[in-house]
Design a protein. Structure first.
Length: 298
């Protein structure tokens, strides 16, 4: 079903952006680290996250919201393993790995696919934040290379758009105190160039975290993807018939520190879009730092 395939492509692509920008940071005992920060040499973190998304609506090409026909429902279940390691005090290596389950069903039929999705490797280098920003602002630049590990042809529910990608991103951030609680803000923007039938993408992300009481941290994440409309249009006549899309979404979660590791639980919701699904769902995560004492600071 090309209708469902195109919507799921957009969903999986958007999720990648959110995890990279939103999960690579932590606040631990008055310290902060995020996409704008690099890891200390010899230290790192592994984050294992389970995401459950579903939706019965879609965003049309004119951004209007509509209901899937015949009581249709689309869903994406994803297991993500994200890792960072400080090779030097300025260079952090990145890995982002995906296992996807995508499907769609309505009153009359259904289909599903399960397997590895797009895998990503890259690095982040400590840079000046921006010319007019000084301490305590920090900055970094990042490159991320993605490659598919699945088939896209003769598959009813592909696990992605196929083709390789390269993303260039710059991030800035700073710690500060919010009503007596240590907090941080992290802002990043970049471009992702893609081969195959997918469109190039402009990406913007903003994340915020506040350290509360009893080892809890409150996190909010905003993300927007805007394609450059150079993707493939196909399957004319369906509401979603293009890999040219936009998607804006929010995520809210709580992180609880339990000894050397932390547990995360939250919810995500699509706010606006074009040629993609409209839904949301819960997610949980396990954060495992290694190579240090967990008291990270920029």
């Amino acid at each position: 079903m090309m209708f469902e395939m195109s919507r799921l492509f957009s969903k999986a692509t958007a999720a990648t952006s959110i995890f990279i920008s939103g999960l690579s940071w932590c606040i631990v005992t008055k310290s902060a680290c995020a996409a704008a920060w690099t890891q200390p040499k010899g230290q790192g973190i592994v984050i294992i996250q389970e995401d459950r998304w579903s939706g019965v609506d879609g965003f049309a090409n004119d951004h209007t919201l509509y209901r899937f026909p015949d009581r249709g429902q689309s869903y994406v279940n994803q297991t993500n393993v994200y890792a960072e390691y400080g090779l030097t005090s300025k260079l952090t290596l990145l890995g982002n790995f995906w296992l996807n389950q995508v499907g769609y069903h309505n009153t009359y039929s259904g289909s599903e696919n399960f397997g590895f999705g797009d895998q990503e490797l890259g690095g982040r280098y400590k840079m000046r934040p921006l010319g007019f920003l000084g301490y305590p602002w920090v900055g970094s630049s990042q490159i991320l290379v993605g490659f598919p590990t699945y088939k896209v042809h003769d598959v009813q529910q592909p696990l992605g758009t196929g083709g390789a990608s390269i993303e260039l991103r710059h991030s800035i951030g700073r710690p500060y105190q919010l009503l007596g609680h240590w907090s941080y803000i992290d802002i990043s923007g970049g471009i992702r160039l893609r081969t195959g039938r997918a469109a190039h993408e402009l990406r913007f992300d903003a994340t915020h975290g506040t350290s509360l009481w009893a080892g809890f941290t409150l996190m909010e994440e905003f993300s927007h993807i805007q394609t450059l409309d150079n993707g493939t249009t196909y399957n004319y006549g369906n509401s979603i018939s293009s890999t040219n899309y936009d998607l804006t979404k929010m995520r809210f979660s709580l992180l609880k520190k339990l000894g050397p590791v932390s547990l995360q639980a939250g919810y995500e919701r699509d706010l606006a879009g074009r040629n993609t699904g409209a839904g949301g769902g819960p997610f949980v995560g396990l954060w495992i730092p290694f190579g240090g004492n967990g008291r990270w600071a920029p």
